[in-house]
Design a protein around this ligand. Structure first.
Ligand code: TYM
Length: 380
């Protein structure tokens, strides 16, 4: 029997039916017209949009209108530091970088060390701090505008946001967080208060905030949108992606806590190759003869899906790969090798950027224009 579908910020289980999630969460699909309008305002096409990885939204049309009409918008995204980052985590950050470049607007990046501490009892704050600092290095390596980006760890920046978090927390009751996040009687009170913190950055400016993320973060924004106007802020807009699937098959999501499902940003070339060769779920046939005859199934082949969604931006090449794999001309081993080369090229570049990230970290944490302004502000 198929596993039940569960999508919360902390768990993704079962085969994700993305259309069903749109209905269940009450978001809207990104129509061809809306995609066109975003591409026209940014002036450039984007692989994640073209390949429909970003597929759902709330008020993206309003965010575009606010930008075009001069009211302005800002961007907000984040990471929860529990395990080392994997390539799925790069999706929202790459897309956010593109949006910041095109819109030229401020970006706030929240590192929820508090969330990850309260979520699992066995984790120490010391461990989480180490992971958080490494996440910040990875994020700085993506290359955001140093004067328009502020990255902060909740435990470090809390003095400045606690009052606003209190206001937010008063607007949510147990019954709401229970139904939105699936909390129960055993959920600790730290986790119950935490949603207030993730909502706070949607109120950093009196402009509409646009949040790029995967759809698992949506529950926070549903709550935000119920209270924002009451508190004198805008309802936040979102642009949601699907998940990069786990290496092991199309169910669930690539998860940092399951090493066989993920390629970590720290995996070296040999590890990448052996993980993909060993674990990447194949839509190929059992023998070469059968494969040549019947061809591969691109709907379930994880190497194909990773190339399509993330790693092969050339549309013509991608169409050729699809044709050759479907027809059986291309074998699973060849497809996997293609993916290995692409992933290793990306990670090599990422690691080099990470080595050089010191001054970018200093700027986006403390000394860039936006960072400095934030340290001078206490949100009431
Ligand atoms: P976290 O650390 O679970 O995930 C960080 C970001 O990566 C997205 N994501 C994925 N995207 C594509 N494919 C995947 N397999 C995949 N797995 C995770 C997540 O949706 C997220 O955008 N509570 C948050 C941190 C946070 C945040 C935010 C995220 C704080 N404020 C605002 C987004 C927007 C968390 O633990 O994310």
């Amino acid at each position: 029997m198929a596993e039940e579908l569960v999508v919360t910020p902390w768990e993704v289980k079962g085969k994700v039916d993305y259309d069903k999630l749109i209905k269940q969460f009450g978001t809207s699909p990104i129509t061809a017209e809306l995609e066109k309008s975003l591409v026209s305002v940014t002036g450039e096409d984007n692989i994640f949009l073209r390949r429909k990885l970003f597929y759902s939204h709330r008020d993206l049309d309003k965010a575009i209108a606010d930008f075009k009409g001069g009211k302005g918008i800002y961007l907000y995204t984040g990471v929860g530091p529990s395990n080392p980052m994997h390539i799925g985590h790069l999706v929202p950050f790459f897309f956010t970088k593109w949006l910041q470049e095109k819109f030229g607007v401020n970006l706030y990046i929240q590192v929820t060390d508090d969330e990850k501490f309260v979520f699992k009892r066995e984790r120490t704050l010391e461990h989480i701090t180490k992971v958080a600092d490494d996440d910040i290095r990875n994020i700085a390596a993506v290359g955001f505008d140093p004067d328009k980006t502020f990255i902060f760890k909740d435990t470090e920046y809390i003095d400045h946001i606690y009052k606003l978090a209190l206001k937010v927390s008063r607007e949510m009751n147990y019954s709401q967080v229970k139904s939105v996040f699936g909390f129960n009687n055993m959920t600790n009170v730290g986790l119950m208060f935490f949603p207030s913190l993730e909502i706070v950055p949607t109120m950093f400016e009196k402009k509409r905030c646009l949040i790029p993320d995967a759809i698992d973060q949506d529950p926070y924004w549903r709550l935000q949108r119920d209270m924002a106007e009451k508190l004198g802020y805008h309802k936040a807009a979102q642009i949601h992606s699907k998940f990069i699937p786990p290496l092991t098959g199309v169910e669930g999501k690539m998860s940092a806590s399951k090493p066989e499902t993920a390629i970590y940003l720290t995996d070296d070339e040999k590890t990448v190759k052996s993980k993909i060769m060993k674990y990447a779920f194949s839509g190929g046939q059992e023998s070469v003869e059968m494969h040549r005859k019947l061809g591969g199934n691109v709907d379930v082949d994880v190497s194909f899906l990773w190339l399509r969604d993330f790693f092969e931006p050339d549309d013509e090449k991608m169409a050729q790969i699809e044709k050759d794999y479907r027809s059986g001309k291309m074998l699973t081993g060849e497809l996997k090798q293609m993916l290995v080369d692409k992933v290793n090229a990306l990670l090599t570049k990422h690691r080099a950027n990470k080595e050089k990230a010191d001054s970018a970290i200093e700027k986006i944490k403390y000394s860039g224009k936006l960072a400095q302004k934030m340290w001078e502000t206490t949100f009431e």
